[in-house]
Ligand binder design. Structure first.
Ligand SMILES: [Zn+2]
Ligand SMILES: [Zn+2]
Length: 419
C-alpha cells in the first residue's frame, strides 16, 4: 500500500482489497505515519510561535490561534504549544517521534519527567535519564513509561519526592475540561491538609442513601463522591452573600425560550459557560429559580427586560419547609438547605406556585422525579404522595412523604411499653 497515495486520498483507499497480513501492516504503517505527522505539526506550531506569526494575525497567543483554526480544545492547544517548545530542545526525542518509534503520548511523558529533574544533576545525568526513558518508550506503552519515570525521579531525588507542605500547597491545581461528549473531566492536585478538608466535608454527603424499599444504594463510591461535590457546590451557591447592587449570586445562568420551556421541546437551552442543555433539564432548573423575562428581536438582541422574580418566595418556602421538613421523597429526608422547591405541575404549564403544587426535593430526588418516571401528587390530607414508575411497582401504590413514613411502634432500645 502506497502511504503517500493513501494519505492524499484516504476515502479512496479500498481496504477490502487488502489481505489480512497487508491490512495489519497498513495499520502499523499508519501508526508510524501518524507520529511523523504529529511531530511535524508540533514543529510547525513551534515555528509559528517563535516568529510570533499568530500574534501578527491578531490572536492573543499561539494556543488561542490554534484553538480557532484547528478547533481543538484550549487545553489541548496549550499542551501542543508547550510540547512543541520542549521537543525543540530535545532533538533525539523529536527524531524518535518523526520516525514513528514513539508516539506523541510517550513524548509528553518524557518531557514531563525531564522537567521534574533537579537542575543541579551532576555530569551527564540529564542525558542519561533522557536516553533511558527514550529506550523504554520504544518498548512500553505511555502508562508504563509514566510509572518508570516516577520510579526514576524517586531514585534520583528522594528528597524532592517528599514535598514540603508549602511546596505541596503551591502545587494545588484543579482543571475542568470539556470532553465534548456531554462529560467534563475534573482533575487536580491537593496538599494533605486540603485533601483532608475535602474528605471530611464530602464524606458525610457521600454516604449511601437508605432506599425506601430496603435496597442498597446502587451508586459506586466514586459516583457518590461526585454527587456530594455537586451538592456542596449547589449549597455554596445558594448560601453565598446576598447580592449588592449590580452583582449576581454565583448560580447557573440559563437562557431558554419561554415557548420551548412550556412545550417541553424546541431549541435547546444555553448555559452561559458551557452551551446547550436539554429542555428537560431546563424545566427542572426553572422549577426553583430566579427568572428574568426578556423580549428579544429576531437577531436575539433584548428589546425589553422584565423584573427578576423568584419562582418560590421566601415565605412560601418557609411554609413548604414547615410541611415537608426536608426532602419529601420516601426514604430521603435530606435537610431543607439541600432542597429545591419542585412544581408538581410546572409553572411553565400554568401550574400554581402554591403549597398545593409544590414539594421539597433534594437535588438527586428532583432529578428522579423529573427524569425517572416517579410522579407526585398532593393528597386529600394536603400532603405529598409519591407514585413509583411501573418498573419499580407495577401496582403503582402511592407512598407517603418521608417525614410521614410509617414508624415502628417502639423504637429499638425503648422497651418501656414491653411487659
Ligand atoms: Zn422540579
Ligand atoms: Zn432526597
Amino acid at each position: 500500500m502506497d502511504m503517500a497515495g493513501a494519505l492524499a486520498d484516504p476515502t479512496g483507499v479500498e481496504l477490502w482489497r487488502l489481505g489480512s497480513d497487508e491490512l495489519v501492516t497498513f495499520a502499523r504503517d499508519l501508526g508510524t505515519a501518524t507520529s511523523a505527522i504529529q511531530g511535524l505539526q508540533l514543529r510547525t506550531i513551534t515555528e509559528i510561535d517563535r516568529r510570533g506569526a499568530a500574534i501578527e494575525l491578531g490572536a492573543a497567543n499561539t494556543a488561542r490561534w490554534l484553538t480557532d483554526v484547528s478547533r481543538v480544545s484550549p487545553g489541548a492547544a496549550s499542551r501542543m504549544v508547550r510540547l512543541g517548545l520542549a521537543l525543540d530542545r530535545l532533538p533525539d526525542v523529536a527524531a524518535a517521534l518523526d520516525s514513528g518509534a514513539i508516539t506523541v503520548d510517550h513524548a509528553e511523558v518524557i518531557v514531563r519527567v525531564l522537567q521534574q529533574l533537579p537542575d543541579d544533576l551532576p555530569g551527564d545525568g540529564v542525558d542519561a535519564c533522557r536516553t533511558y526513558l527514550l529506550d523504554a518508550a520504544r518498548l512500553e506503552d505511555p502508562q508504563a513509561l509514566g510509572r518508570r519515570g516516577r520510579e526514576l525521579l524517586a531514585r534520583i531525588c528522594p528528597d524532592d519526592a517528599e514535598l514540603t507542605e508549602e511546596q505541596a500547597v503551591a502545587r494545588r491545581d484543579l482543571r475542568i475540561s470539556d470532553c465534548g461528549d456531554g462529560l467534563h473531566k475534573v482533575t487536580g492536585w491537593l496538599d494533605t491538609e486540603a485533601a483532608e478538608l475535602a474528605r471530611s466535608v464530602l464524606s458525610p454527603l457521600a454516604k449511601p442513601r437508605s432506599e425506601e424499599n430496603g435496597e442498597k444504594d446502587p451508586r459506586s463510591p466514586a459516583r457518590r463522591l461526585g454527587d456530594a461535590l455537586v451538592d456542596l457546590l449547589g449549597r455554596a451557591a445558594d448560601h453565598a452573600c446576598v447580592p449588592g447592587e449590580g452583582y449576581a449570586r454565583p448560580h447557573l445562568t440559563l437562557h431558554v425560550r419561554a415557548d420551548a420551556l412550556a412545550a417541553g421541546h424546541g431549541p435547546a437551552a444555553e448555559l452561559t459557560f458551557l452551551g446547550p442543555l436539554s429542555i428537560a433539564a431546563a424545566r427542572r432548573l426553572a422549577c426553583d429559580a430566579e427568572i428574568t423575562p426578556m423580549t428579544l428581536d429576531e437577531h436575539g438582541v433584548p428589546l425589553d427586560v422584565g423584573r427578576t422574580t423568584y419562582t418560590v418566595s421566601g415565605s412560601l418556602r418557609r411554609a413548604l419547609i414547615a410541611r415537608d421538613r426536608g426532602c419529601a421523597f420516601p426514604g430521603c429526608g435530606r435537610p431543607p438547605g439541600w432542597c429545591h422547591a419542585h412544581h408538581i405541575i410546572h409553572w411553565a404549564d400554568n401550574g400554581d406556585t402554591a403549597l398545593s403544587n409544590l414539594v421539597l426535593l433534594c437535588g438527586h430526588h428532583h432529578r428522579v422525579v423529573h427524569h425517572q418516571g416517579w410522579s407526585v401528587a398532593i393528597g386529600k390530607d394536603r400532603q405529598p404522595w409519591f407514585t413509583p414508575p411501573a418498573w419499580i411497582d407495577p401496582g403503582g401504590t402511592p407512598r407517603p412523604s418521608h417525614q410521614r413514613r410509617p414508624q415502628p411502634a417502639h423504637p429499638p432500645g425503648d422497651y418501656r411499653g414491653a411487659a
